[in-house]
Design a protein around this ligand. Structure first.
Ligand SMILES: Nc1nc2c(ncn2[C@@H]2O[C@H](COP(=O)(O)OP(=O)(O)OP(=O)(O)O)[C@@H](O)[C@H]2O)c(=O)[nH]1
Length: 411
């Protein structure tokens, strides 16, 4: 699903909530996935509370229908709990949404059957009064568990039908009381189902609102990231642009001051590029720039910053590398462009595209600043051009900066 269609699905679900509450298929699956861990935990806690209260009803059995106490122990302790606890364990471990709802709904129905069996087995005069508490079973399913509405509806209808069946056939119960009990359980079913429906509807709405916010925030962050990437990237070569290079250069320099490390800089220029443009045209010139840029990016060490400084000039920045390593790297870059053998018939010789590289390595010390490094590398490039191009010239030592001329190491 694309970002836009996802956003419109959320809007549609928010403005057209369905009576049966379910979302469209994909969103429903996501809703289940996102809410599952929390819902499983809530269900297990609710189930344990229900099991505890259900067991405590043994006290009532003992006090007002002692003749079925052991039957009650048997049903509650050896049927209902062994049925319910493994279900809670399975939900705790994680099962599909429909399995979870079905199993939890089944505990409601089994609880109702068991309670009815205990009640109608007793001949005690007030045993039937217990039947008025059966609405609690619906409260457990519809409110405490908060079963999904369709499951709450199904288990409630089944539970009410079971209860009505037992009540009708239970002779010790006066007819008027039976009528009252049936009316009472039906009313409790309706009330708890209405509450269940509202709970689920507001849970789903809250989920959609949260999803919409998360989606909008993510979208805004992505747009910002794209904008900032655009503002820092050269559109033609996709290398870092001058702005990014300037920022990184300062950053590297500051880090080098703190770490007492060296900073290496290469200034790279495509040879006779004006002639290339004149011969092949500006568009082909752009292709050439792209090829050289991607070759530099591919062959430069991953620890380096490769940027387009402007026009047909590139820079490669590194930190913590000794003079020799920067020199080797510069020679490798020069060689990799030469190896492309991009035809350049606009110049006399050689008839392929080459680059000249000027490099310098400095350790920031008192009185030495970043622009001195840049000037040194630029002067080395000038020297490389002067000596015939397609070569690397490195400033051999920082001392050269303070002298009249540059100490040059020519490859
Ligand atoms: N196609 C294209 N050409 C560019 C671009 N930016 C700068 N140039 C061209 O690059 C050429 C640079 O030429 P010069 O600075 O004279 O240097 P050169 O011809 O490379 O000669 P040397 O540097 O001395 O080898 C100019 O013709 C610019 O128009 C660009 O984005 N695309």
């Amino acid at each position: 699903m694309t970002s836009d269609s996802f956003a419109s699905t959320i809007e549609h679900e928010l403005s057209h909530p369905k009576w049966h509450l379910r979302f469209s298929r994909a969103l429903e699956a996501r809703f289940e996935r996102d809410t599952q861990p929390q819902r499983n935990r809530n269900m297990v806690v609710a189930g344990l509370i229900a099991a505890l209260i259900y067991s405590l009803f043994l006290i009532n059995d003992y006090s007002f229908r002692p003749e079925v106490f052991w039957l009650s122990v048997l049903i509650r302790g050896f049927v209902v709990l062994p049925f319910g606890l493994p279900i809670l364990w399975a939900v705790y471990k994680g099962v599909s949404g429909s399995a979870r709802e079905t199993m939890m709904a089944s505990t409601v129905v089994v609880g109702m059957v068991a309670s009815c069996l205990i009640s109608v087995s007793s001949k005690s005069p007030y045993s039937y009064l217990d039947i008025f508490s059966f609405g609690l079973i619906l409260v457990v399913g519809n409110i405490l568990y908060s079963l999904r509405f369709s499951y709450a509806l199904g288990s409630s209808l089944l539970s009410v039908a079971i209860m009505v069946y037992f009540v009708i056939g239970y002779d010790p119960m006066p007819t008027e009381v039976k009528r009252l009990a049936i009316f009472s359980i039906c009313a409790k079913a309706v009330f708890t189902l209405v509450a269940n429906y509202r709970l689920e509807a507001s849970e789903r709405k809250a989920y959609l609102l949260l999803l919409r916010e998360t989606h909008r925030t993510g979208h805004a962050l992505r747009s910002n990231a794209e904008l900032s990437k655009l503002s820092l990237t050269d559109p033609l070569t996709e290398l870092a642009n001058r702005r990014q290079f300037d920022a990184l250069f300062n950053h590297y320099w500051q880090q080098a001051v703190e770490e007492r490390a060296t900073v290496g800089l290469m200034v790279i220029d495509i040879d006779c590029f004006k002639a290339y443009n004149d011969y092949y045209g500006h568009l082909q010139g752009d292709h050439c720039l792209k090829s050289v840029a991607s070759t530099l990016a591919t062959h430069a060490s991953s620890a380096c910053v490769v940027a387009r400084f402007g026009g047909e000039e590139f820079v490669v920045l590194s930190k913590g590398q000794p003079h020799q390593a920067v020199l080797d790297q510069a020679e490798q870059l020069r060689h990799s462009v030469e190896a492309l053998q991009l035809p350049h018939l606009g110049r006399v010789a050689p008839d392929y595209v080459t680059i000249s590289v000027g490099g310098a390595v400095l350790q920031p010390t008192v009185g030495v600043n970043a622009s001195q490094l840049f000037r040194a590398a630029d002067q080395a490039l000038y020297e490389a051009k002067r000596q015939g191009r397609n070569r690397v010239v490195m400033i051999s030592s920082p001392d050269a900066l303070s002298g009249d001329g540059l100490s040059i190491s020519i490859q």
